[in-house]
Ligand binder design. Structure first.
Ligand code: IPD
Ligand code: CA
Length: 266
């Protein structure tokens, strides 16, 4: 399995770098923020679609029997047992505003388990990657989660859904949590949030309502860096809820988030 996972990881790294460079070129061609909203949306959609197409074409050229699921609608049933999960630009709002924190996220599942994951940040030209059982790396160097075990000192990142009703409820949870931790960050890219926990530049991350393509690669990278990634009830992360932290903080913050009903908001 490790050989196959490594092969999938290597393929993903090349495609993520190419897709990131393409997104950068497309971004530089237009002033997205200064543009009117509708045309800005069109341009972003075009960049998302172009990035996803580059990745899917590359995957299927190399491995024609694999399945694919992409944020922009790419959906191919495969027969090999391998399925690719693609977020062609994670952190779209940052992309629009030219805030550097956006990335390309690619994961490969084998029979439903994520075995390889890659997150590429084009502005920083930084590549995070992991193969199941092989540790996590940033630009080829091993990374690990922070050793912090005190909730009061924890730097916690989070994100908010797109619906107003959910955002209001998420704000209520945050209002209660904020006085009990060091501080909060909202970086705007779930995949990078997970990589930040993986490299110890945040102590924990939680979010409700992610899609599998947002978190699949970062989940593996964070787990391989020594983190725990799951829901609030002993299960794997899901569309309902994801919490990532080192094992001690996962327990402490998970208990508090459960008390606050963080996974019950509308
Ligand atoms: C979003 C980002 C954001 C998170 C949202 C995601 P997108 O993905 O990861 O940080 O809070 O839940 O949908 O739309 O930028 O690909
Ligand atoms: Ca995303």
């Amino acid at each position: 399995m490790r050989d196959l996972a490594t092969e999938l990881r290597d393929l993903a790294m090349g495609l993520a770098r190419d897709a990131g460079e393409l997104a950068e070129r497309l971004r530089d061609e237009v002033d997205l923020v200064g543009d009117t909203k509708s045309s800005a949306t069109d341009v972003v959609t075009a960049a998302d679609k172009a990035s996803e197409k580059l990745i899917i074409d590359g995957v299927l050229a190399a491995r024609p029997d694999d399945g694919v699921l992409g944020e922009e609608g790419g959906d191919v049933d495969g027969t090999s047992g391998v399925r690719w999960l693609i977020d062609p630009i994670d952190g779209t709002t940052n992309y629009v505003y030219n805030v550097p924190a956006y990335c390309v996220s690619i994961a490969a599942e084998l029979d439903g388990d994520v075995v390889a994951g890659v997150v590429y940040e084009p502005k920083a030209e930084t590549m995070f990657d992991a193969v199941r059982g092989g540790g996590a790396r940033r630009d080829g160097e091993p990374i690990s989660v922070s050793p912090l075990t005190t909730l009061e000192l924890a730097l916690v990142s989070t994100g908010f859904g797109y619906r107003a009703e959910r955002r209001a409820a998420q704000g209520e949870v945050l209002t209660q949590l904020l006085p009990e931790i060091r501080d909060i960050r909202r970086f705007g890219s779930a995949a990078l949030d997970l990589c930040n926990v993986a490299q110890g530049s945040a102590d924990a991350y939680y979010e409700r309502g992610l899609n599998r393509w947002d978190f699949a690669a970062g989940w593996l990278i964070c787990s391989e860096a020594g983190g725990v990634v799951g829901d609030l009830h002993g299960g794997p992360p899901s569309e309902t809820f994801l919490l990532a932290a080192n094992p001690s903080l996962f327990g402490l913050l998970g208990d508090r988030l459960r008390q606050l009903g963080a996974d019950q908001t509308p």
